[in-house]
Ligand binder design. Sequence first.
Ligand code: CP
Length: 456
Amino acid sequence: MDDLTNEEIEAVFCLADEMAESMGEQAGVCRGKIMASLFFEPSTRTRLSFEAAMLRLGGQVITAVDIGATSLAKGESIADMARVVGSYADIIVIRHPWEGAARVVADYAGVPVINAGDGGHEHPTQTLLDLYTIRKERGAIKGLKIALWGDLKYGRTVHSLACALARFGASILFRPGPGLEMPEHVVRKLTKEYGGELRKCDVGDQPTRGDLFSLDAIYVTPSTPHQLAMMPDISIQVELEKGVDAIYVTRFQKERHAQGDGVQGSGTGYPVVDKRLLKEKTFRETLVMHPLPRIDELAHELDADPRSMYFKQAARGVPIRMALTSLLLGARQLDASTVREPAGARKTDYPVYDRGFGVMCQNRNCVSVNEKRYIKPEFRIVSRRPLTLMCIYCEHEVHPRYVASAEWHEGTLESKRYHSADSHWAGKIRLENLIAFDSESEARSRGFKPGRYTRD
Ligand code: CP
């Protein structure tokens, strides 16, 4: 989502409106262009709506839907595959189980690349059609209260959507299943980069029927007049009584849960949206959204309810993906007057840690961990105390245990020391000299000795 400004997103919506109204007149827009549709995880909506979008634009599609039927199965790198496919197609759409895989394809393909879902990280085009639906149904996004529901830990759609909602000035209610809270790196982005506030909810914050809708946390955007800091005594319950604008339901992402991690899906405390819940006053006018597929978390009895949006959402994937594809191919132009720096965009430009040694991403699904042969680990330094690095591929956070300075050589070998990352050294070493280590053995293997402030 960070690759699009708010104004670019608005421009995609305008073009999607135009294309939806004149679907039959778009067949010349991408004539002669080829889309490579690479789906290495199951998909119904995203793959078929991208392919339908390209065909409706008059382009053609080549596709691969099984890693086992590609040379990745023989050990080919994602980078090599990207270079080759980029020489066959004008645009690539990729879904891959590894987080950050789409970024690697974009680094090597030489043609526009669209992330159609990278592991549990992001699913930005789903967010485009989700925002489009909210805007079409409610007129605007700013000031709305949107509940994110279900597997917030591994649900890539909610990671992209939470950041986009914050940028467009909506407040967010978090209703995770047990053990499925929003990951730290997304919460950091919401609070540090988009400037809103997160309050963990207690019993007093719960809606009257807390058993049906028990909140974990609420994020209040800086653009609402009800900032928590300004109104510390604000009653979330009173706010909720005024109504929730949308519930965004997600399924338990069972394919991303490690065996034996103890977290379970439906039937074990996983929250369900059904007629009983929607009878509450809070939900009288609530849009019910879901990226689909659904399992048991969204009752079929709601399908005919006018508040249910999920099939409309899926249908809107076609004009949204037509608009995005034609813009990325240069077949349609953005109105330059609308493209400015985004008002609600990231405020933080973090320093980079790119030494390529000392510290690795700890996320076993990160592309940088799975394609070590050529990907150099790279991080943003998002906090010095406690020292926190964020992987540029999957955005997971790493907390290195030891630090050293690259300036040691200006002294004697005696000064080539490593120190505990929670000692004062973490703040003292200049960022351009900072070396971070996961372990003492890593520090020792680089010729560093324990310093006075090494604690183990
Ligand atoms: N919403 C979504 O990504 O659906 P598919 O997995 O069917 O593409």
